[in-house]
Design a protein around this ligand. Structure first.
Ligand code: GAL
Length: 833
């Protein structure tokens, strides 16, 4: 008996060694978290009993569950950037959701892989905000900026062979944001366990200094942390470069030298490299193995792409030697009804929708992106301008980043750059957005230089920009001249003057348009308007309304098309986001934006097809607006617009020709700047086809498009819809992964008996999900709707909404049933595998 016991003890004591066979262990902590909105210092204690707390899965945004309230972070301020002179009560500025205050998360976990002598790192992809991290009751780290990734050394606090406890306290202050920031552990948390000698977090730097058709040089610098008493010469690194099929295309072994200061540098050659671009997002991996003698100590994979970037004065931005214009969008991080969480399926859906529009770049306004976004951009082919801050030293909001600036700005920038400097999709760093320091000639230029220098030090390969909205000030005080790429927000009419004075000879439209519209809502008469408000809290989808500082899409198109020194634009915004309901600043219940080309539910607005017609020349676009259900407007002027990739088209109403329109290519910047041209939509005539005098009559609108030879090549019809009859359900993906995370986004349409969308329908739809899935959330894109995102019922807005279905861990069929009063129900089955 005794010997048996001994044997068991020996086997048990060997277990950790067996586990040690794996030199690098990475775990993502998703399940098993406990959460509370209360606050007490006791919550950090290892023994604290949290059984009564709510069970949650991370990523988790505590505020997205609502309820909405006018009092959530109501800001009584004057938004001076928007020209406000007096304080106003801004109710929905940050989304009207309860993100302010404290929240605690606790997790108990075992780490069989951990044993004395090993190293452990806790990596947070982002925690909103002022994260205080406690391991087994002891404070292990603090990071204030909620958007950044950061890590803490967990080694001194972890207990091998015991249950360990992680507690995280988060706190969001009032008036700390200009939009909805989300709340809590809204991005992933990872534990990484290493040997004593290891490559630290973000410890490789890979560049491609030579990129040619027949070969590319890959330079890899690897940092190695080694225990006291050891020397770099005791270690070697073997790196293999693998192509997308896993085939090894280059290998290099490097023995450490005692003068390498902790960094191994390797140079490898890839012959006939497959270059990364938005159209062909070819990826490679550098797999590095660290040896002490012949013992494997670490294995680290650096995904990368081979591509070159260059900015040539007066010529533009070049990717792999070819000029490419940024057809970009600015996006906030929230995923509408999912809140701030980093969800892979939600992010990838956004990229798919944007790519179809012809978009080739995202600006992660105004902060650090989630790793899921950057990975998806690498893999799917989307360039990224990775941004950092909305404030430097001077305040925009009372409790904004200016409070952290002095102590944290360098650490924050370093983490952003070290995290993403190997990702091919990232082509530019952005150090700030409309910082009020731009007005301060003493400070703005010097801070710009300081932050840009940090970027160059951490990554000498990418240009640095910032979005400036005071062109005269920054050109005169040299702040714009400091930047690799002068980025201007709005005011394209100032581009030429700035260009003439600036040494760089290029201009980036770092933020453009801010056109406002609500999906499916049209206002009459159709005239160009600025900051226009209506009783229904919506803006016109004729795409003729903008902000006081901004303009219509064509006012930007024309610059980037006609002037080679204009290197492209980032439209404000790709998707609608929570917060900033401009122009309805003070008009609760408005609480989400109207800027999006795509609404909060991820449904394209009319504007989407305008961008698509100009940006995506490979596909046909032929889109008619407005809808054709105008009971009561019979005989009244109801203009019709057509957004098309074709040069001209003819319009018919009930078979009667309304004439042919052709895009007017004689329109230039110079002949279209005066106020009459602006009011007459002269620039629009170069990009949209407009019938301003058509009168409404019930029936059919038909458009026939002609190619440049005058040949009729495509047509489209739209009918006045009859009564709402049934519900159509269209999933974005009908097969998802059974991992409890994957989502299918289902477009819900209320249609008449012939399948025409009922554009005025407001029916409430109730949802039931059966089988291997759950109802995750829904949204209808109405920026003034206070309906809960999570309850499985919602009113359609302009006849449509999106319902989001989540998989569980179990594979199987998921059935979604949608029921509405007086409507034939919709049923949809998707597969979870
Ligand atoms: C810009 C700002 C954005 C957003 C936008 C709305 O000035 O950079 O964050 O506020 O205006 O038009």
């Amino acid at each position: 008996m005794k010997t048996r016991c001994k044997l068991l003890v020996i086997i048990l004591s060997l277990l950790p060694l067996l586990a040690n066979a794996q030199v690098r262990i990475e775990r993502t902590f998703e399940k098993g978290w406990k959460f509370t909105r209360e606050d007490n210092t006791d919550f950090s204690r290892k023994e604290y009993d949290d059984t009564q707390w709510q069970s949650v899965t991370v990523p988790h945004d505590w505020a997205i569950y609502g309820p909405f309230s006018v009092n959530n972070d109501k800001q009584n301020v004057a938004i001076t950037q928007d020209g406000q002179k007096e304080a106003l009560e801004h109710a929905g500025r940050t989304g009207g959701l309860p993100f302010v205050g404290t929240g605690w998360y606790r997790l108990a976990f075992d780490i069989p892989e951990y044993s004395p002598g090993r190293k452990a790192t806790l990596l947070f992809d982002g925690a909103m905000s002022h994260a205080r991290v406690y391991i087994n009751g002891r404070e292990a780290g603090y990071w204030p900026y909620g958007y950044n990734s950061f890590y803490v050394d967990a080694t001194p606090y972890l207990k091998a062979g015991e249950k360990n406890t992680l507690a995280v306290r988060l706190e969001n202050e009032t008036e700390s944001s200009r939009w909805y920031p989300g709340a809590g552990l809204y991005r992933n948390v990872h534990l990484v366990i290493n040997e004593d000698a290891h490559i630290p977090t973000w410890g490789t730097q890979l560049t491609t200094p030579v990129v040619k058709k027949d070969y590319a040089k890959v330079n890899l610098k690897t940092t190695l942390v080694i225990p006291v008493g050891k020397h770099l010469a005791d270690y070697s690194i073997v790196t293999e470069l693998k192509d997308r099929n896993g085939k090894v295309v280059a290998t290099d072994k490097k023995q450490g030298g005692n003068f390498d200061e902790g960094i191994f540098e390797q140079e490898l050659i890839v012959t006939l490299p497959a270059l990364w671009s938005p159209d062909a997002p070819e990826l490679y991996q550098a797999v590095s193995k660290v040896y002490e003698g012949s013992t494997l100590k670490d294995e680290y994979t650096t995904p990368f792409g081979i591509r070159s970037i260059e900015i040539i004065p007066d010529k533009g931005f070049f990717l792999n030697g070819e000029r490419i214009v940024f057809r970009g969008v600015c996006n906030h991080h929230d995923l509408g009804p999912l809140g701030g969480i980093a969800n892979e399926a939600g992010i990838r859906r956004q990229i798919r929708i944007l790519k179809d529009m012809g978009c080739n770049a995202i600006r992660t306004s105004h902060n650090m992106p989630a790793p899921e976004l950057i990975r998806a951009c690498d893999e799917m082919g989307m360039m990224v301008m990775a941004e950092s801050f909305d404030e430097w030293k001077s305040a925009k909001v009372q409790n904004g980043y200016h409070k952290q600036f002095d102590e944290w700005v360098e650490k924050d920038l370093v983490n952003l750059i070290q995290h993403y400097r190997n990702n091919p999709s990232v082509v530019m760093w952005c150090i700030g957005n409309e910082v009020p320091d731009q007005w301060n000639g003493d400070r703005g230029p010097k801070l710009s230089r300081l932050l840009q220098d940090i970027c160059h030090r951490e990554d000498p390969t990418r240009p640095v920009t910032q979005g400036m909205d005071a062109p005269d000030a920054v050109v005169n005080n040299n702040m714009a001249a400091v930047m690799d790429v002068p980025g201007f927000n709005y005011r394209p009419h100032k581009y030429q003057t700035s260009y003439k004075k600036l040494p760089q000879q290029i201009i980036l439209g770092s933020e453009t348009a801010s056109t406002v519209s609500s999906r499916g809502v049209y206002k009459f008469p159709v005239v160009r308007r600025s900051m226009q408000k209506y009783d229904d809290h919506q803006s016109s989808s004729y795409d003729v309304e903008h902000c006081g500082w901004s303009n219509l899409p064509e006012d930007d198109f024309i610059w980037h098309e006609d002037f080679p020194y204009c290197i492209g634009e980032f439209v404000w915004t790709g998707f609608d986001y929570l917060g900033e309901p401009t122009p309805y600043y003070t008009d609760w219940p408005s609480h989400s934006s109207l800027f999006g080309i795509i609404d909060l539910a991820g449904l394209p607005k009319d504007r989407y097809y305008l961008y698509r017609s100009h940006w995506n020349k490979n596909e046909e676009t032929l889109h008619i607006l407005p809808h054709w259900n105008w009971e009561g407007r019979e005989g009244e002027v109801t203009p019709v617009f057509v957004y098309t990739s074709y040069p001209s088209a003819e319009l018919f109403i009930n078979g009667k020709s309304q004439g042919r329109r052709t895009k007017d290519l004689s329109v230039t910047i110079d002949n279209s700047t005066d106020s009459i041209s602006t009011a007459d939509f002269k620039r629009q005539q170069r990009y949209r086809l407009m019938w301003m005098d058509t009168k409404y009559e019930l029936g059919t609108v038909k458009v026939v498009a002609y190619d440049k030879n005058g040949k009729a090549v495509a047509e489209k019809e739209m009918h006045t819809a009859g009564k709402p009859h049934h519900i159509e359900l269209i999933p974005d993906r009908s097969q998802i992964k059974a991992d409890g995370r994957d989502l299918s986004f289902v477009t819900v349409r209320v249609v008449d008996k012939d399948g025409n969308l009922c554009p005025l329908a407001e029916n409430e739809i109730r949802f039931k999900v059966k089988g291997a899935g759950t109802y995750r959330a829904g949204a209808n894109g109405n920026p003034a709707s206070l309906e809960s995102f999570q309850l499985p019922r919602m009113k359609v807005f302009s006849g449509m909404m999106t319902a989001i279905i989540s998989s569980t861990d179990k594979p199987g069929k998921i059935t979604l049933e949608a029921i509405g009063k007086g409507l034939v129900k919709g049923v949809l089955t998707i597969e979870s595998k």
